[in-house]
Design a protein around this ligand. Structure first.
Ligand code: PGA
Length: 252
């Protein structure tokens, strides 16, 4: 792994104030592995509390609106996330794309809003099972990437990309290490096309059913710079071994 590994937990719509103990335990685990960047993205309701408690991990949102403020009932903007203590935001998760009908242009607008606000951003891409079966996975992901990553001066500097095959999310199924490597190489080539040399510094995370048992081999695949972890990020017991696996790859 040539870049600093980045291990991010996506709590999705899980977590109450009573689960802050898990966040604190994850933060203590992060402290044990200084070679790894650790992030946790709780629901909006916990962002502030977690940011106050976190010493060795970054806290992020799972989505943001493209506008900084206005009449958008129920939405939260990037400057609000920053104000609550967040350092990053995930945009374009497949659950947002599917359930909230977010297209590439909407994802790009959110990513650019996040950068303007001063946040780092993780842009998610990934094919469905039907798209993979049809041999279109790389083309679909390339299309999403070109349509949804932020544009403009310095846009690559605070960007990470998460490759999350939709069929691997929450299913316990993962692509082969070869397939992960092939997709990540293809994403890297596209990032270099889009950003020039700066595209080489963008971390490409793998996401979809990462757990303590498969993290080492997935993280060792070509061009994998970390992981975006859902279910296995909810407790330190499950998440810490994934951080440990990343640390072992860089520390040996
Ligand atoms: P999972 O979710 O690890 O539970 O598969 C990953 C994600 O959706 O980010």
């Amino acid at each position: 792994m040539s870049l600093r590994p980045y291990i991010v937990g996506n709590w999705k719509m899980n977590g109450l104030r009573s689960t802050m103990a898990d966040a604190r335990a994850i933060d203590r685990a992060a402290a044990r592995y200084p070679a790894v960047d650790v992030g946790l993205a709780p629901p909006f309701t916990l962002v502030h509390a977690m940011a106050e408690a976190a010493q060795d991990s970054a806290v992020g949102g799972q989505d943001c609106h493209a506008k900084p403020n206005g009449a958008f009932t129920g939405d939260v903007s990037a400057p609000m996330l920053l104000d609550a203590g967040a350092g990053f935001v995930i945009v374009g998760h497949s659950e947002r794309r599917a359930i909230h009908a977010e297209d590439d242009a909407a994802v790009r607008a959110k990513a650019e809003a996040a950068l303007v606000a001063g946040l780092s951003v993780i842009v998610c891409v990934g094919e469905t099972e039907a798209e993979r079966d049809a041999g279109k996975a790389e083309a679909i992901v390339a299309g999403q990437l070109h349509g949804s990553v932020p544009q403009g001066e310095g846009a690559a500097d605070r960007l990470s990309v998460a490759y999350e095959p939709v069929w691997a999310i929450g299913t316990g199924r993962v692509p082969s290490v070869d397939d992960v490597g092939a997709m990540h190489r293809s994403i890297r080539a596209d990032l270099v096309k889009l950003y020039g040399a700066a595209g080489k510094g963008v971390r490409i995370l793998y996401g979809g059913s990462v757990n303590a048992g498969n993290a080492s081999e997935l993280l060792a695949a070509d061009e994998v710079g970390g992981a975006l972890v859902g279910g296995a990020s909810l407790t330190a017991e499950n998440f810490a071994p994934i951080i440990h696996a990343a640390a072992m790859l860089v520390e040996g």
